[in-house]
Design a protein around this ligand. Structure first.
Ligand code: ASP
Length: 292
């Protein structure tokens, strides 16, 4: 396999047919943005953030600008970013008033002595981040289609750069009609995403159930045991489905650039770019999951 590689999903769920091309379009744009960062020598971490920023900005996916509201009508966002080579992560939970929680999560990882912040505390960290000029809010709003929030459209990616470093992200507005203060799998290390020096994975679907089997850590465990990446995602999905009876999807890659994805939902728009921009593969993943 030729490096760098990026694999990106736009959420697994019961996508209405007309929304699948929209999801794929934005996942592709995000994958290209992230890939270009690494092509130009940027790190897996930079690429993962850049890719996720596009999906948080687009207004057509359940993250950032386009995120769902909770049952009180408030957008409470969860996000996590992971630097696999350092086994470090930052996450934010149920944070409000933020368009790009992925950058805030990175700030948590790089600039604070903690790994996770929630609610009002996360908002204070956000204000500090802006004051320090670490990031400015990118108020790009690309919405091109009316929003239809029936589905699980969390976003995430896994990246592998030219130096063999792996990063992963997840960013979401959470599930529909969630209660105020609810936190899902997306900001939980090992559940909604995971990466180390060997491999990385990121998940989407019913967070309450993904957490119970630490879905992304389960994928990584299989890869660490020498199981190929595609089979590892399918085996982890089998564990998830048989233990919880629930719905989810997961994407993953290893340090050699092998990748895999699996879902038991209707669709999970996914794009992979490996080696160069001509090597771009798009999938809705509708056929990718088989019970074994
Ligand atoms: N996993 C997310 C959550 O439970 C939802 C999703 O993937 O759409 O918050």
């Amino acid at each position: 396999m030729t490096l760098p590689i990026i694999i990106v999903h736009g959420g697994a769920g019961n996508w209405p047919d007309k929304r699948i091309p929209v999801g794929l379009e934005w996942v592709e744009k995000a994958a290209i943005a992230g890939f270009k960062v690494m092509e130009n020598g940027g790190s897996a971490l930079d690429a993962a953030e850049a890719c996720t920023l596009v999906m948080e900005s687009c207004g057509n996916l359940n993250a950032g600008v386009g995120a769902r509201v909770n049952e009180e009508g408030v957008k409470e966002l969860d996000a996590m970013i992971i630097d696999g080579s350092a086994l470090m992560f930052g996450s934010v939970m149920a944070v409000t008033g933020v368009d790009h929680p992925i950058s805030l999560a990175r700030y948590v990882m790089e600039k604070t002595r903690h790994v996770a912040f929630a609610g009002e505390g996360a908002k204070k960290v956000y204000v500090k981040m802006l004051e320090e000029g670490y990031r400015s809010e990118v108020q790009q709003r690309f919405t091109t289609h009316p929003l239809d929030m029936s589905g699980f459209d969390t976003v995430g990616c896994v990246t592998l750069d030219l130096d063999g470093r792996i990063a992963a992200t997840s960013s979401t507005g959470g599930t529909g009609e969630k209660m105020a203060g609810r936190v899902g799998d997306s900001p939980i290390f090992g559940a909604g995403a995971y990466a180390n020096e060997l491999c990385g994975a990121t998940a989407t679907g019913w967070g309450e159930h993904i957490i119970r089997v630490l879905l992304c850590r389960t994928v990584a465990l299989y890869i660490e045991q020498g199981i190929d990446v595609q089979t590892a995602t399918e085996k982890a999905m089998n564990v998830f489905a048989s233990k919880t009876g629930s719905k989810a999807g997961v994407i993953a890659l290893d340090k050699e650039g092998h990748y895999g994805f699996s879902t038991n939902t209707k669709a999970m728009p996914t794009v992979v770019i490996s080696g160069n921009l001509n090597m771009l593969t798009k999938s809705t993943c509708t056929e990718s999951y088989k019970m074994k």
